[in-house]
Write a protein that binds this ligand. Structure first.
Ligand SMILES: *[C@@H]1O[C@H](CO)[C@@H](O)[C@H](O)[C@H]1NC(C)=O
Ligand SMILES: *[C@@H]1O[C@H](CO)[C@@H](O)[C@H](O)[C@H]1NC(C)=O
Length: 182
C-alpha cells in the first residue's frame, strides 16, 4: 500500500467517525417534561430532562438557569464536576444533578426544599451540543395556607354579607306591611 492511499484511508475513517458522532448528537433531542412540575413549599422536586435517543452527556457542560436570575446560574456541571463558584446563592446546597445518570443522557436536576419563589420557567442547556429545553415549575400553596386564605375570604366577604343582610333584611320585612297600610 503506498503511503498516500494509507493517509487518505485514515482521513476517510476519521471523517466518518467525526461525522457519525456529530450526526448521532444531532439526532438526539433534549426533552424536558412538557407538563409543569408541581410541588409544595418544602418539597424536594426533580425537573426531568433527558436526551432522546439516549447519548452520553458525561463530557457535556450542563447548565441550568432561569430567565431574569442574577447571578444567572442555578447549576453548572463542567468537566465532570459541579462548578459551585458560579451558582446563584439562592440555590446554595439545594440543587443536584444525577452524575451517574449523565452517561444515559439524563440531565435532570433535583431541587431540595422548594420555595414559593422557585416557581417559574427553568432552562437546561447542553453547551457543546447546542441544545436547550425548558420546563415549568409550579409551587402550590400548602393546605394550611389555603385554609388560611379561605378563612380570610370568609371573614372579609362572607361574614359582613351575612351580618349586613340580617340588618337589612329585618327592617325591610318590617316596612312592607307598614307601607301596605297606605
Ligand atoms: C451550604 O453548605 C455548606 C457546607 O455544608 C455551608 O458551609 C453553607 O453555609 C451552606 N450554605 C447555605 C446557603 O446553606
Ligand atoms: C433520571 O434520573 C432520575 C434520578 O435517578 C430518575 O428519577 C429519572 O427517572 C431519570 N430519568 C430518565 C428519563 O431516565
Amino acid at each position: 500500500m503506498n503511503p498516500f492511499s494509507l493517509i487518505t484511508c485514515i482521513i476517510t475513517i476519521l471523517l466518518f467517525l467525526v461525522c457519525s458522532l456529530v450526526c448521532v448528537a444531532e439526532q438526539s433531542e433534549l426533552i424536558c417534561s412538557h407538563q409543569p412540575i408541581v410541588a409544595l413549599p418544602g418539597d424536594d422536586v426533580i425537573l426531568p430532562c433527558y436526551l432522546d435517543p439516549p447519548i452520553s452527556a458525561s463530557s457535556e457542560t450542563v447548565v441550568w438557569t432561569r430567565p431574569g436570575l442574577d447571578p444567572k446560574y442555578i447549576h453548572v456541571h463542567q468537566d465532570g464536576q459541579f462548578i459551585y463558584q458560579t451558582q446563584n446563592p439562592f440555590y446554595n446546597n439545594r440543587t443536584r444533578l444525577f452524575v451517574d445518570e449523565l452517561q444515559n443522557g439524563n440531565v435532570s436536576m433535583k431541587i431540595f426544599r422548594v420555595k414559593i419563589s422557585d416557581a417559574g420557567k427553568y432552562f437546561c442547556f447542553l453547551r457543546s451540543m447546542l441544545k436547550e429545553a425548558s420546563i415549568q415549575l409550579t409551587v402550590g400553596k400548602s393546605d394550611f395556607l389555603k385554609m388560611m386564605n379561605y378563612t380570610f375570604l370568609f371573614v372579609l366577604y362572607i361574614l359582613p354579607l351575612i351580618i349586613c343582610k340580617s340588618h337589612i333584611y329585618f327592617p325591610f320585612l318590617y316596612q312592607v306591611p307598614v307601607r301596605a297600610l297606605y
